[in-house]
Ligand binder design. Structure first.
Ligand code: SF4
Ligand code: SF4
Length: 556
């Protein structure tokens, strides 16, 4: 008989957010007005309120000038001010170098050319003197808790920026934590402050089981995020503020799938299994509202024999169910013609049918053509590449490196060009998953949902304002590896750096090598775009946006 190994089934709270949370801390938190008013009996036995505080929160202390959240960061936690005062920067935004971003100055033509001829024998060389000026607090352990970007001159910031004070009992960061959107402002400590950081799982439970927390979070969501999204939709343009408020009040917001889809996706992929796709709308059911996607991806499919055929996938800004609702408005009895399923994680709005009747159909008075219409003309044969791209989650890529293997002669000119541009080490591997004669190489795809950015303690990995590329500021990267572990496509590498004499750089206390995260930066500072594309003499390598690019699958 085959022997079996026994291990205890992992539990949700095996890895508490703040391992140092003591009984006394939990009791102190329970006495705060925000928690004292909660009915603890309303929480289920397996997720008690004190358990949430013990396991899903941590107490963090900040010094004056410490940056707590940065504009543009992705985060998966919210903050409650326990003691002290913070400042939120309203306008203008702080200069990027002050919040740990890189200023990407473009090289001129001569500099760009010169770098191609600089044949470094030692890769990953850094001028280490420049790290001295960085505003990053570093402790020996170099963990999230002891590495922070801080403002060196708070009075100067207060003088030159419009800011507002945030005092005790303020909650912030919940929209980014629950809605997978970037943080909208930078907040720093004005004085010694104590904050309760709540990871999104705990926040979700507080919202679920306590009406007070639900009301606070939902009201702020409606006020700050929902109306902005509705305003940007063509369906609701032209509505007055009062009308828009009525639409916002009636709109439901919901999420489907796993918020941490990249974790489950990686696990399932390694086990050779397909990830589950929760059904949001089922073919044959009657729609009760228009579904508008705010973040994430969803698959549109239609029944075919015993299986299903994928028609397309929808991302942020797309909607589902409009045609059927319009047909109902005209008096026809039409159920959903397709199904909608969450691919990973989807955050969406559900605008009830009566609201559409009142503010869209009756006002617009004609049918707004649905983008799903043209899909009916596609052949079944052309589905396969799309199906594959969805399975592999490449639909997340906005600048994926696609290589046509029928054109590629394996000369590696692209790899050499990348290495020359990046100090001797290429930032991608000419290897990857293949479909027919297409290969998606292991190069950062500059994703629509860049999960690598979640949880970077210094904000070193961020989106470039100029190009939208996901880039890493080498000066503030502490080499913790959070981003590399989160990237579902394994497109970030941690490298040991060397000084300009070629000597390995070590931490003086631990003697461990100093590591930095590296990945494709789309040659952001180079004129002319990515060196890999320009180097390919066979026109085999392209950077493609999987959402809408026609290259892939055109000749499979
Ligand atoms: S590092 Fe990975 S997750 Fe991040 S943008 Fe690149 S491919 Fe996407
Ligand atoms: S390794 Fe990644 S997550 Fe860690 S500091 Fe560097 S960029 Fe941020």
């Amino acid at each position: 008989m085959a022997s079996v190994a026994m291990i205890a089934r992992p539990q949700r709270w095996d890895a508490p957010f703040g391992p140092e949370m003591a009984d006394a801390d939990v009791q102190r938190l329970l006495a705060l007005p925000e928690f004292a008013s909660i009915d603890a009996e309303a929480f289920p036995k397996h997720t008690p309120l004190d358990g949430i505080l013990r396991n899903d929160t941590r107490i963090v202390r900040y010094h004056p000038g410490d940056i707590i959240v940065r504009e543009g960061d992705y985060g998966n936690s919210a903050f409650l001010v326990v003691n002290g005062n913070l400042r939120v920067v309203i306008s203008p935004s702080l200069p990027r170098n002050l919040i740990g971003r890189q200023n990407s100055e473009r090289k001129n033509f001569i500099q760009a050319l010169g770098q191609l001829w600089t044949n470094r024998t030692v890769p990953e060389v850094r001028d280490t003197s420049r790290y001295g000026g960085q505003s990053v607090r570093e402790g020996g352990a170099q963990t999230e808790a002891d590495a922070r970007v801080f403002l060196q001159d708070v009075p100067a910031v207060l003088d030159s920026h419009n800011t507002a004070q945030l005092g005790p009992s303020t909650l912030f960061g919940e929209l980014a934590a629950l809605g997978r959107v970037p943080r909208t402002a930078t907040i720093f400590a004005e004085e010694e402050s104590e904050l309760l950081e709540i990871r999104w799982q705990g926040l979700r439970e507080l919202r679920k089981y306590d009406p007070g927390w639900r009301k606070t979070i939902d009201e702020r969501y409606r006020e700050n995020a929902l109306k902005v999204h509705l305003k940007s939709s063509p369906y609701f343009t032209g509505l007055s503020e009062v009308e828009l408020n009525e639409v916002a009040d009636a709109t439901l917001f919901e999420s489907h799938g796993s918020f941490e889809w990249h974790v489950t996706y990686k696990r399932m992929r390694d086990q050779g299994k397909a990830d589950k796709e929760p059904v949001i709308g089922r073919q044959g059911d009657y729609p009760d509202g228009l579904l508008m996607i705010r973040a994430g991806f969803a698959r549109v499919s239609i029944k075919m024999g015993n299986g299903e055929r994928t028609l397309t996938y929808l991302g942020a800004g797309d909607s589902f169910g409009y045609d059927e609702l319009w047909a109902s408005h005209l008096g026809n009895d039409v159920s959903l013609q397709t199904s909608l399923k969450a691919v990973g994680y989807v955050d969406l709005l559900r605008v009830p049918a009566p609201i559409l009747e009142k503010y869209v159909f009756n006002k617009v008075g004609h049918h707004v053509a649905s983008p799903l219409h043209h899909l009916a003309t596609r052949t079944v044969a052309s589905d396969a590449p799309l199906e594959w791209a969805v399975e592999q989650r490449f639909i997340n890529g906005t600048m994926a490196m696609l290589i046509d293997l029928e054109r590629c002669v394996r000369c590696d000119d692209c790899v050499r060009a990348c290495a020359s541009t990046h100090g001797g080490n290429p930032r991608f591997i000419r290897h990857g998953r293949t479909f027919d004669h297409w290969m998606v190489a292991n190069a950062c795809m500059h994703c629509a949902d860049p999960v690598c950015m979640i949880g970077c303690p210094t904000g070193a990995i961020h989106r470039s304002l100029e190009t939208g590329a996901v880039v890493i500021n080498d000066d503030t990267c502490i080499g913790c590896g959070t981003c590399a572990n989160s990237c579902p496509y394994n497109n970030i590498r941690l490298v040991e750096i060397r000084d300009i004499e070629g000597k390995m750089v070590r931490d003086p206390d631990s003697q461990k090598p100093i590591m930095k995260a590296t990945k494709c930066d789309l040659c952001e500072t180079n004129p002319g775009g990515p060196a890999c594309v320009r180097a390919c003499a066979h026109d085999a390598l392209k950077r493609v946006n999987f959402q809408g690019d026609e290259t892939f699958g055109a000749s499979t």
